[in-house]
Design a protein around this ligand. Structure first.
Ligand code: GLU
Length: 449
C-alpha cells in the first residue's frame, strides 16, 4: 500500500488484516478508504468513540453456499457462491452478483465494501452488499447458464427480498442471468416480487436506461470533472478498457458528447480503430453473437487487433478503465501521464492499483474513482426499485435525465467535500468521505446494532 495511515487507523487496519487473512483485494479497498478518513475523525471524534469504522469494516452477514449443477452432457459440477450483506444503515443491501472464476470471498468483500460508500453517494435509500460465484460462464450453453442460475437461486432466495437484499448484475451477470434467477425466485416463493432483483427485462419490471447506466454515468461524471476546469468531452481522444456492458455504453455516450473512442479490449486482446470505434459492430459481436472482440476486424479491415499487451500504452486524452480490478498499474499510470492523458474515470470497480492512483494524484490529473464514477449503474437500479414500488415505468429520456442529475450531484458533493477537507479536486477523498459520513451518521442514529 502506498500512503501511511494515522496511528488509530493503522490499528484498525491491522485488525482487518488479522481478521480477514488472505483477502488482498478487501485489504486494498479498506486501506484506500482509511487513508482518507484521518481528518474526518478529527472533525467528528464521536465516530471513533462509537467505533463506526470498525463496525463498517465487519460485514453484517456473510453467506457462503454450494451450487451443484449439471452440464449438457450430464456431468455434475460444484461451484461456490457468496452473498456478503455488508451494511444496511441506509437501506436494504444492494449490489450485483459476479460470475467469474476469480471470485472468492476476498473479491466479494472488496466489492461489497466499496458498494457501501458508492450507494451512499447516490443519495438513494440503498445499503451495500455484493455476491457472486466462481462459476465460469465462458463457453457455457444457454441451458447450462439457466441450470446454474436456478441452482444458485434455490439457496439464495431465502436470504434476499425487496426490503432485505436486492441483487443485480456485475461481471458475467446480465439480463439473461437476472431473468433465470428471477424466474426461480418467483417459482420458489410464489410471489411476483419485482423489487427483489434489478436489471430485469423491460417487459417484466426492468427500468429503461439500466443497461446503459453504468457506462453513461461514467462519462457524465468525466464530463463534470472536465467542466469544473472549463473543458469538455468535445474532440477528446478516449481509450476504454473492456468490452462488456459498462465499456460499450461508455463508448456510446463518449461519442454522443463529441469525443472519439479509439480502443477497447477483452481478456485476449485490444482493438484499435483510429476512425473511432463502431458501436453497432461492437454490440453485434458482444451482445448478440457473444463472440470475442477479435471479430471486430471482420467488420473493419483497417482496424488493428493486438493480442495481449497493455491498452494504456495507447496515447489518449481520457482513459476509462471499464474492465476489472487492478487492471491499471503504476507503469500504466506513468505511461498515460507521459502520453498527456488529462483525465481518468473508473467504470470498473477498483481498476487502478494504489501505486497507479498515487501517480495520477502526483501528476495532478483528474482522477474519478469507481465509487463515484461508476455509481450510475446502481443508482439506476435504485430508480428501478422506485418504479417497481409504484408499479410504474418511466420513459428512457426521463430515466436518463434522473441518472445525469444524480451523477452531477455526486460530482458536486465529492468536489465540495474535497475542498472542505483541504484537498480540492481530490475525488478519492471526496467520494470516501462523503459516503462515509452519510453511513456513519445513520449508524450513529440507530445505536449499537
Ligand atoms: N454491479 C454494479 C456495481 O458495481 C451494479 C450493482 C446494482 O445495480 O445493484 O455497482
Amino acid at each position: 500500500m502506498t500512503a501511511r495511515l494515522d496511528e488509530k487507523l493503522e490499528l484498525i487496519y491491522q485488525d482487518v488484516l488479522h481478521r480477514n487473512p488472505g483477502e488482498n483485494e478487501f485489504h486494498q479497498a479498506v486501506h484506500e478508504v482509511l487513508e482518507t478518513l484521518g481528518p474526518v475523525l478529527v472533525k467528528y471524534p464521536e465516530f471513533a468513540e462509537k467505533k463506526i469504522i470498525q463496525r463498517i469494516c465487519e460485514p453484517e452477514r456473510q453467506i457462503i453456499f454450494r451450487v451443484p449443477w449439471q452440464d449438457d452432457k450430464g456431468e455434475i459440477h460444484i461451484n461456490r457462491a457468496f452473498r456478503v450483506e455488508f451494511n444496511s444503515a441506509l437501506g436494504p443491501y444492494k449490489g450485483g452478483m459476479r460470475f467469474h472464476p476469480s471470485v472468492y470471498l476476498g473479491i466479494i468483500k472488496f466489492l461489497g465494501f466499496e458498494q457501501i460508500f458508492k450507494n451512499a453517494l447516490t443519495g438513494l435509500p440503498i445499503g451495500g452488499g455484493k455476491g457472486g460465484s466462481d462459476f465460469d460462464p465462458k463457453g457455457r450453453s444457454d441451458d447450462e447458464i439457466m441450470r446454474f442460475c436456478q441452482s444458485l437461486m434455490t439457496e439464495l432466495y431465502r436470504h434476499i427480498g425487496e426490503y432485505t437484499d436486492v441483487p443485480a448484475g456485475d461481471i458475467g451477470v446480465g439480463g439473461r442471468e437476472i431473468g433465470y434467477m428471477f424466474g426461480q425466485y418467483k417459482r420458489i416463493t410464489n410471489r411476483y416480487e419485482s423489487g427483489v432483483l434489478t436489471g430485469k427485462g423491460l417487459d417484466w419490471g426492468g427500468s429503461r436506461a439500466r443497461t446503459e447506466a453504468t457506462g453513461y454515468g461514467t462519462v457524465f461524471f468525466t464530463h463534470e470533472m472536465l467542466k469544473a476546469r472549463g473543458d469538455s468531452m468535445e474532440g477528446k481522444k478516449v481509450v476504454v478498457s473492456g468490452s462488456g456492458n459498462v465499456a460499450i455504453y461508455a463508448i456510446a455516450k463518449a461519442h454522443e458528447l463529441g469525443a472519439k473512442v479509439i480502443a477497447c479490449s477483452d481478456s485476449s486482446g485490444i482493438i484499435v480503430d483510429e476512425k473511432g470505434l463502431d458501436l453497432a459492430a461492437l454490440k453485434q459481436i458482444k451482445e448478440v453473437d457473444r463472440r470475442r472482440l477479435s471479430a471486430y476486424t471482420e467488420f473493419h479491415k483497417d482496424a488493428k487487433y493486438v493480442k495481449g499487451g497493455s491498452i494504456w500504452s495507447i496515447p489518449c486524452d481520457i482513459a476509462l478503465p471499464c474492465a476489472t480490478q487492478n487492471e491499471l498499474n503504476a507503469n500504466d499510470a506513468k505511461t498515460l501521464v507521459e502520453n498527456g492523458c488529462i483525465a481518468v474515470a473508473e467504470g470498473a470497480n477498483m481498476p487502478t492499483t494504489p501505486e497507479g492512483i498515487a501517480i495520477f494524484q502526483q501528476a495532478k490529473i483528474m482522477y474519478g474513482p469507481g465509487k463515484a464514477a461508476n455509481a450510475g449503474g446502481v443508482a439506476t437500479s435504485a430508480l428501478e426499485m422506485q418504479q417497481n414500488a409504484s408499479r410504474d415505468s418511466w420513459s428512457f429520456d426521463y430515466t436518463q435525465k434522473r441518472l445525469e442529475d444524480i451523477m452531477i450531484d455526486i460530482h458536486k458533493s465529492c468536489y465540495e467535500t474535497s475542498a472542505e477537507f483541504g484537498s480540492e479536486g481530490n475525488y478519492v477523498l471526496g467520494a470516501n468521505v462523503t459516503g462515509f459520513i452519510k453511513v456513519a451518521r445513520a449508524m450513529q442514529s440507530m445505536g449499537v446494532i
